[in-house]
Ligand binder design. Structure first.
Ligand code: HEM
Length: 119
């Protein structure tokens, strides 16, 4: 269930990229994607299930990789959002474009590893 929500947020971000030419809508959708991701992360961190699955057992390799990717994703979010805001305000798009691809690749790997952790 949680990995399905995770995948749905990824699809939402893809839809936001498909709508990049509609700049205001694109900015709003990507910012909402960030809010969805933060909410999911907080839920997962605080939910009894996540604690149950991890505490007391040595974490599996996939879980370690998943957490590492999710951490990288969280570090890239502010960079991609901030650079997007700059483009929106009339700045040049090079930095935003450059960071968007690694961000989306990391985001996809988070989806895949979340699914692997759950199955
Ligand atoms: C997770 C966050 C985001 C991602 C992954 C993302 C990704 C992208 C991508 C892939 C492009 C297309 C670049 C190209 O033309 O090759 C783009 C363009 C753009 N983004 Fe974002 N973006 C994000 C957030 C934002 C935000 C928050 C804003 C503004 C508040 C924004 C404003 C723009 C603008 C103005 C463009 C140029 C659109 C055009 O071609 O006219 N982005 N973004």
């Amino acid at each position: 269930m949680l990995s399905a929500i995770n995948a749905a947020i990824f699809l939402w971000l893809c839809a936001g990229i498909a709508l990049k030419r509609r700049r205001t809508l694109h900015g709003a959708m990507m910012s909402m994607g960030f809010a969805f991701d933060l909410s999911l992360l907080l839920y997962v961190e605080l939910s009894a299930r996540a604690i149950e699955q991890t505490v007391g057992k040595p974490p599996g390799a996939i879980l370690v990789v998943h957490v590492a990717l999710a951490t990288i994703m969280l570090l890239l979010y502010p960079v991609v959002l901030y650079s997007g805001g700059k483009v929106y305000a009339g700045g040049e798009a090079r930095r935003h474009k450059r960071v968007a691809l690694p961000f989306m690749v990391t985001r996809l790997l988070v989806v895949i590893t979340a699914w692997m952790v759950a199955h």
